[in-house]
Design a protein around this ligand. Structure first.
Ligand code: NAP
Length: 265
């Protein structure tokens, strides 16, 4: 039987856009109380107001750069009592800043991807885990990627960060064995969000990319996350790879043709 999310406290990173935003909507609809975090605070404030109005729940917007360790510890330490008892953490904040060859990508871009996708996920997890351990329950849901499983031309550093996320998810599961804390990973394929605009800084290029296939929508991923979070407590969904119908791994089909190409071709 599915478990209820009513009044559960859900902490979502990267909630100002895309999958994080969609998760906020889906969890609010189920009656969960939300802490929504990202750097663009104005967007969070607006989202919090909309969700509180539409779903009669409590939503706390939190300005947070997950790649800043001190900021993460301070933000979580200074949560008021009402918000401290986090039940579900969705580690969703993440970026890609390039699809160029590794040797052609600026070191600053490598660093930003690693600091956000790996360090950021670790900092938030480390700050929230102690409360989960004390009450011996909780669920950590990490957002990986297809590139946690397959690399393809131009995916280099980003794929490395998502391979790291997969290793962290698996290792944390092992480290938490014997507790009732669950750890899951959702690995989406191409999903139409602001992600590719951030990657290339070119809106037309981003739109054209998603047009090449039946791209997933952020809501498709949010629904899968709700599924994981609502399974009976003895069930741990270890990982879900979610691709669109036109793709197998990172190869996509051209209608009626047999010479499939990789995602960026
Ligand atoms: N879209 C895809 O095709 C795709 C496929 C596979 C996996 N993913 C993964 O899915 C997750 C969500 O991406 P999305 O597609 O929803 O992209 P998106 O629309 O660009 O959203 C990314 C979110 O991450 C936040 N973020 C980025 N850097 C941050 C930082 N340093 N501190 C706090 N928040 C930060 C952004 O908020 P602020 O800018 O306001 O901070 C934004 O809310 C990411 O982990 C991404 O790697 C995406």
């Amino acid at each position: 039987m599915a478990i209820s999310l009513k009044n559960k406290i859900v902490f979502i990173t990267g909630a100002s856009s895309g999958m994080g935003y969609a998760c906020a909507e889906h969890f609010a609809k189920k009656g969960a109380k939300l802490i929504i975090a990202a750097r663009r605070f104005d967007r969070l404030v607006q989202l919090a107001q909309t969700l509180e109005l539409n779903y009669n729940t409590h939503v706390l917007p939190l300005a947070l750069d997950v790649s800043n360790h001190n900021a993460v510890s301070q933000a979580i330490e200074s949560l008021e009592n009402e918000w401290k008892n986090i039940d579900i953490l969705i580690n969703n904040a993440g970026i890609s800043l390039s699809s160029d060859k590794l040797q052609d990508t600026a070191i600053e871009k490598w660093d930003a991807m690693i600091k956000t996708n790996v360090n950021g996920l670790l900092y938030v997890t480390k700050a929230i885990l102690p409360t989960m351990l004390v009450k011996n329950s909780g669920h950590i849901i990490n957002i990986g990627s297809l590139t946690a499983h397959y690399v393809f031309a131009g995916s280099n550093i980003y794929a490395a960060t998502k391979h790291a996320v997969k290793a962290i998810t698996q290792a944390l599961r092992v480290d938490l064995l014997g507790t009732n804390i669950r750890v899951s990973q959702i690995d989406p394929g191409a999903t139409e969000t602001e992600f590719s605009f951030i990657r290339w800084g070119d809106e037309n290029k981003a739109k054209a990319f998603y047009k090449k296939m039946k791209a997933l929508e952020a809501a498709d991923i949010a629904q899968a996350i709700i599924f994981c979070a609502t399974r009976n407590r003895k069930i741990n969904i270890d990982s879900l790879i979610i691709n669109n119908i036109d793709m197998a791994g990172t190869y996509h089909a051209h209608a009626g043709k047999e010479n499939h190409s990789t995602i960026f071709d």
